[in-house]
Each structure stands twice: as C-alpha cells, then as structure tokens.
Design a protein around this ligand. Sequence first.
Ligand code: NI
Length: 194
Amino acid sequence: MESMEIRPIIRMGNPILRLKANAVEPEHAESLTTIIPDMIATMRDAGGVGLAAPQIGVSLRLMVFEVPVSRATNLDGDKPCDIQVLINPNFNPATSDKELGWEGCLSIPGLRGEVPRYKEITYTGFNGEGTPIETFASGFHARVVQHEMDHLDGILYPDRMIDLTRFGYVEEFTKMQEQSRSPDGDIKNGGANG
Ligand code: NI
C-alpha cells in the first residue's frame, strides 16, 4: 500500500493558482505515483469532490474528481462515479446552453458563488493508467470538470460569475435559507468544492 500524504491546499491570492499549468509529460510519470494518491487523500480530507494539481502547488495539468450520488442528476452524462483521474484534459461544449449553479472551491474556503457553465460537454484526456478517454458529461459532472479545467488555466470561479450579489459566505446564505424556508438551490451542498 502506497503512503498517502495530505498536502496543504493553497488559497486564492497564491500566484501558483493564476498560472497556466504545464502539460504532464512522460518524465513526470514517476512523481505522479505519489502526487495522485496525495491529491485524492487531500481532497477526501477536505471534504471536496474535485481537486486540481495547482491547488496543492503542483503546476501540472492533472485533476481528480468524483460525482457523488448526492450530486448526480442521473441524466445521461451525470451518473454517480467514483474518483476519476484526468491528465492533460481538454473539453468542448456539446451545447451552447449554459446553466447557473452554486460552486465552492477548496482554495476559496467558506464562500459560494453562482457560476454559469456549459450544460453538456465532451472531454478528453488520460486516466491514471495512461489510457486515453473521451467522455460525455452533463449537469454536475460537466460542472466539476469545467471548474477543475479552469484551475489548470489559472482561472477561479469568481472570474466566471456574472452577478456578484450571488457570491458570499455559505454560513450567511444558509442562515437566510433557514429563515425564509425557501431554498433556491442547495447552497450548502451545491458547491463543486473543487
Ligand atoms: Ni476549485
């Protein structure tokens, strides 16, 4: 059993999060055998559902994510899935339609914002075994991949927001929801948390 190390997650303001990350090359293969398990352990420890390598200070085009049962819409392309490793990813929108959804980010703790994302995408890349993959994704699955892809290009979700009145502390939003008893979107659990 390989040892897994929980690594510190860097936060917004750290310039590493604003870099365009480097492509993973064959010379990185050995270091990935520790980086990938560490990313999974770090994501799990932080209670997230996605993590990009730059968030642990590693500027490589690599992400891990999952689609939990609680988030999956079960539509085509949005079934629950266990942790996926995606190396050198790219995506193309499969529709021009975007939808708003609440996101959080482990590098912006405590905050949530409503972010437009393509409803459907097709993404490519390599899995942890180096096998090429091509996957259609919709809903939450498409959202988490777009969120993590942005991390590889130095983009954070507030950059994508169109209405900053829909940006704030999750604790405050949650209080308001409880008072009004009219939840519009599941803010507390709705974040991509990647
Ligand atoms: Ni994030």
